[in-house]
Design a protein around this ligand. Structure first.
Ligand SMILES: [Fe+2]
Length: 275
């Protein structure tokens, strides 16, 4: 795929993208009567929303009965194989502040999480994720979302060429002794996957990530675009009980939060399938 601002391919793609820019949270929201027993028409509406916007927020009138029903729901949406690289080594990870968090993974604290895609440090690409809210935080903990395709579109319109961000060594994440993960070099943008759709590996964090000298100017531009020029495309939302977000691993982040007696608790599923 040739992605320069004037290429016919890009113009066609960018035009279609322009018709699918979410205007507000309502535009990506779907109500479902019972997450444990979801209707075919509700699943179709969720899939249609993800197909247009790469994300969807669902709201269930009934509370989740068990982790098994959450996995069944995820499967109906299109997830089939799951990443289990998490604290519990499980298909579902419970995202809640953990005391004595030895490895000190930020997701399991009350700290903010800056813009990133999930699994940018994993060899096997994560194509989708789901976050289901069991308990919201008393204060803060909003998630913010930005369709990575819109970030790419904005980048190409301003800087034309994404070659340096397609390079296989654009980012290098050194090995982690804590998690026994080997060093990995990766692209930031790639269309080379079975879906021929954009997959993005990115994190705004500065520590623990090296950028190739060739890509560093492009990465600085990309960061500026995400922070300064994509406000019009990003959405911020605080999930309430029985609500969740499903995305094609778009860019996202989280605000810091404070809890009272009941801790913020979200269930997370990451899958190798694009939805
Ligand atoms: Fe994440």
């Amino acid at each position: 795929m040739i992605f320069t601002a004037k290429s016919a391919e890009f113009l066609r793609w960018a035009e279609e993208k322009e018709r699918n820019i979410p205007q507000n949270i309502d535009g990506i929201s779907v109500n479902i009567h019972d997450i444990n027993n979801v209707k075919t028409s509700e699943i179709a509406k969720i899939k249609e929303t993800i197909n247009r916007y790469n994300s969807c927020i669902y709201s269930s009138s009934a509370p989740l009965e068990s982790n098994i029903t959450l996995l069944k729901f995820a499967e109906l949406v299109g997830m089939r194989t799951y990443d289990c690289n998490n604290l519990e080594s499980n298909e579902i990870s419970t995202i809640t502040p953990v005391e004595n968090n030895k490895i000190n993974y930020i997701p399991y604290t009350d700290k903010p999480l800056n813009w990133h895609t999930d699994g940018y440090y994993d060899r096997k690409p994560i194509f989708s994720w789901l976050l289901h809210c069991v308990n919201p935080a008393t204060q803060g903990g909003e998630n913010y979302l930005l369709d990575h395709e819109l970030a790419l579109r904005e980048y190409v319109m301003r800087h034309d060429d994404i070659n340096n961000l397609l390079a296989a060594d654009a980012l290098t994440i050194p090995e982690s002794k804590d998690t026994s993960r080997a060093k990995i070099s990766t692209y930031i943008f790639s269309f080379e996957n079975q879906y021929k759709k954009l997959h993005m590996r990115f994190s705004m964090r500065k520590d623990n990530i090296d950028t190739s000298p060739k890509a560093s100017a492009a990465i600085a531009n990309l960061k500026r675009i995400i922070e300064n020029d994509c406000g019009k495309y990003s959405l911020t939302y605080k999930l309430q009980k029985n609500e969740g977000i499903i995305t094609n691993n778009i860019l996202h982040g989280r605000n810091a939060f404070k809890d009272d007696k009941v801790k913020r608790k979200l269930l997370r599923i990451r899958s190798y399938e694009r939805l």
